[in-house]
Design a protein around this ligand. Structure first.
Ligand code: ADP
Length: 739
């Protein structure tokens, strides 16, 4: 502290002067003693009559000289000491901070003008006054701001402060308008040195800064609101562009037309991704991104992302595989939208940067007790990999491995930065391991609270014993084998359709055959036809990454079910239960997940769907997306119509646009929930709004799910499949584009 340095320096000067004064005094005393001795000697000489007058005069002169010198030296030393002391005081008084020293009796020994200034006009305040009196005067003379009721307590606290070994600094606000921070230090011999630092200016600056910060925050909030509105405004027309382009691709087109339509669709989707990234990033920057945890199904979330990416992966013959820890629950508490975003980024990147091979998602977990699990998710690919020199900055903003090889991949370079921030916001860690040219593995670990267990779908025992499973992919075989074995089944795994045929020819007896569809050589459907031709009646479940393209295949009638790849454990186990007939009864015909629309109508009425949507283009997109499904679709153009349509038609499932003129989607939902049967009907919100918090509002209004526009056909299908009541006939897949 410069003030202390200054004080120390001046004190040192004063000490030197004092020491010199002491030395001179000692020398003078010695000289005086010498004079006395000489006088005594003179006297005795005189007595003895042996001293000459001359000698006597000489001695007297010497004595006088000594006396003069001693006096002069004493005066000089005194002058130095006074000067040093004056300098010390001048400097102490020039500083704006108050300075005082108290002795061990807590009496004021010295104080500068700044210190005494606060007590001006009080004669009692002088050197010698006690600290206690000073504190009392501060309060009683109203020199400090202390609440009327707490004056005694304040005095007691001020006195108690000085009892502590280390005296804590404290703030004082004086009634004359300034504020000070007081530092008290113990010094030698029980002294206390007190420094009163004026911080009025500092506080004014802090207040100005605070004001500026608040104004900046308000501006930021306005920016976020603007971004939210912009995103809504851009997304709504983009919904039409992407949706229509997607539908156009499903019609019969020339190669050139298809190229144009595909380009419109993929460019539209890329643009939407960029809008989302920029929006999210600006929210994270403004610390406005909050999580909204709710019960959600992690396995299903990954599955849905995989289904969306399936088409792109298929084109490049990449296998999308999922290995979900058998003993790990699937329902957790987390923000479903953000978890999906993380998974979409990591899996999307893996697919984007992989030309052939596989993308494998592994989920493992450990019970952490107290109803929570430590979940680790890894996304492994056999893609281009990342060179070690780039790996460090891969999670940074706008970071892209900027190489020729990478130029052909679109993206903003914001995805991983957002993913990292989201994982950190969820309290987890994210990492990457990669070998250039071989592949990458991104992983994250999170502690997730368990949600209440999902209701078990059946309690019936599985009565199958021996299952044969055919898949050319070794990882898939391993996953499938574990899943089947966990159900207590004896499993025979084979790597090709031919190997399976050979086993059957050799007399293998199994209760069920599960086969992959696309395999080199004979595919899964060829295998079924060959088995049937050889007279084997074994029930067959086909696993396919694109069930819709199989609809015209002659082998389809021979299948018990077609299950979507990657396989959800839930779907597999459900099929195993359906295939397990009660004792002594013939097995019921299992309900295939997908039935061709052209097939003779299955028993049961058609599922009733109500869609409330004010925008004509969006209605068109919606109706085209579910075109060909065995469902009855009714449209409502606003909330009021939706409520009426619900009363008249009693739909099995409602899709509800949120922003509609007149009665909006929230209000309509609240109305419906009050009506007979309205509490149970599943209602799925359709919204173009992507801001945090919107989802909460929507769910709070009584809707069951939120789907963001532009609509995705696979997710729409997923919802319809999920909520199809048992008494309704199966819905068929929409007409898929022929590859
Ligand atoms: P974007 O994919 O939009 O460019 P990201 O932040 O998601 O942005 O990824 C940043 C960069 O990290 C990518 O551009 C790519 O260079 C690299 N990267 C991400 N994932 C992988 C992967 N699985 N394999 C190889 N490189 C990857």
């Amino acid at each position: 502290m410069t003030l202390f340095d200054k004080l120390t320096q001046e004190r040192r000067a004063r000490l030197t002067a004092e020491q010199r004064l002491e030395q001179r005094t000692r020398e003078r005393d010695q000289a005086l003693a010498q004079i006395d001795a000489m006088r005594a000697e003179l006297h005795s000489l005189r007595q003895r009559g042996r001293t000459s007058a001359l000698e006597e005069a000489q001695r007297a002169a010497e004595v006088q000289t000594l006396q003069h010198r001693a006096r002069a030296e004493t005066e000089t030393a005194q002058r130095h000491a006074t000067q040093a002391e004056r300098r010390l005081w001048d400097s102490i008084n020039t500083i704006r901070d108050g300075f005082a020293v108290f002795n061990s009796q807590q009496e004021l020994v010295i104080a500068n003008q700044a210190y005494l200034g606060v007590f001006s006009g009080i004669p009692e305040v002088q050197i010698g006054i006690t600290y206690r009196r000073l504190v009392e005067i501060l309060v009683h003379e109203e020199r400090v701001q202390v609440d009327a009721g707490s004056q005694d307590a304040w005095i007691a606290a001020m006195l108690a402060r000085w009892d502590a070994e280390e005296i804590e600094p404290m703030l004082l606000t004086f009634t004359r308008g300034d504020t000070a921070r007081i530092y008290d230090r113990r010094a030698r011999g029980g002294d206390i040195v007190s420094l009163v630092r004026d911080i009025t200016e500092t506080q004014r600056h802090a207040a100005e800064l605070d004001d500026a910060r608040q104004r900046a925050e308000a501006a930021n909030r306005a920016k976020s609101a603007f971004l939210a509105n912009m995103s809504h405004e851009i997304r709504t027309p983009m919904n039409g562009v992407v949706g229509m382009a997607e539908l156009l691709c499903d019609t019969s087109l020339s190669d050139e037309q298809r190229l144009y339509a595909e380009t419109i669709r993929s460019s539209g989707e890329a643009l939407l991704n960029i809008i989302n990234d920029v929006l999210d990033f600006s929210k994270i920057e403004a610390d406005k991104l909050t999580l909204h945890p709710e019960p959600f199904d992690l396995e299903r979330c990954i599955h849905e992302v995989l289904i969306l990416l399936q088409a792109g992966a298929r084109k490049r013959r990449i296998d999308l595989l999922m290995d979900y820890d058998l003993f790990l629950p699937t329902r957790f508490m987390a923000d479903p939208g953000r978890m999906r975003q993380v998974m979409t980024n990591l899996i999307g990147n893996a697919v984007k940067f992989t030309q052939n091979g596989h993308v494998l998602i592994r989920v493992v977990g450990l019970d952490e007790g107290a109803g929570a699990c430590r979940v680790t998710v890894t996304v492994e690919d056999t893609g281009i990999g990342i060179a070690p020199e780039h790996i460090e900055r891969i999670f940074g903003e706008f970071a892209q491995v900027d190489e020729q090889a990478n130029r052909k991949f679109e993206g903003t370079g914001l995805g991983l930065a957002i993913t990292r921030r989201l994982i950190e916001l969820m309290g987890g860690q994210i990492w990457v391991e990669s070998e250039f040219g071989k592949g990458s593995c991104f992983g994250f670990a999170l502690t997730l609270p368990l949600a209440e267990a999902a209701a078990p779908f059946t309690h019936a025992p599985i009565r199958l014993e021996h299952v044969m499973a055919v898949d050319d992919n070794v990882i898939n075989r391993t996953i499938l084998e574990r899943q089947l074995a966990a159900q207590g089944l004896r499993v025979t795994m084979v790597g090709s359709a031919q190997a399976a045929l050979d086993l059957f020819a050799a007399g293998a007896g199994v209760d069920l055959l599960i086969t992959d569809h696309e395999m080199p050589g004979l595919d899964g459907l060829d295998l079924v036809l060959k088995l049937r031709a050889a007279g084997h009646r074994v029930p067959v479940i086909l696993l396919s990454s694109s069930p819709a393209v199989l609809r015209d295949h002659p082998g389809i009638g021979e299948l018990r079910a077609i299950l979507q790849k990657p396989l959800l454990r839930h779907d597999l186990v459900r099929q195993l239960h359906l295939l397990s007939a009660p004792d002594g009864q013939p097995p019921p015909r299992p309900v295939p997940r997908l039935t061709p629309a052209a097939a003779p109508a299955a028993a049961g009425r058609r599922m009733r769907i109500l869609a409330a949507e004010d925008n004509r283009t969006n209605r068109l997109v919606f109706s085209k997306m579910i075109d060909g499904l065995a469902v009855d679709l009714t449209f409502a153009e606003d909330g009021l119509q939706a409520v009426e349509a619900f009363r008249d038609r009693k739909p099995d499932l409602i899709f509800m646009d949120i922003s509609m003129p007149g009665m909006d989607g929230r209000a309509a939902t609240r109305e419906i929930r009050q009506m007979p049967g309205g509490a149970q009907v599943p209602i799925v919100a359709l919204t173009a709004h992507a801001m945090a918090g919107d989802q909460d509002d929507i769910l709070a209004a009584g809707l069951d799910h939120v789907m963001t526009k532009p609509l995705k056909k696979p997710l729409l299908m997923e919802m319809i499949q999920r909520y199809r009541p048992d008494e309704a006939c199966p819905v068929a897949p929409p007409q898929e584009r022929q590859a």
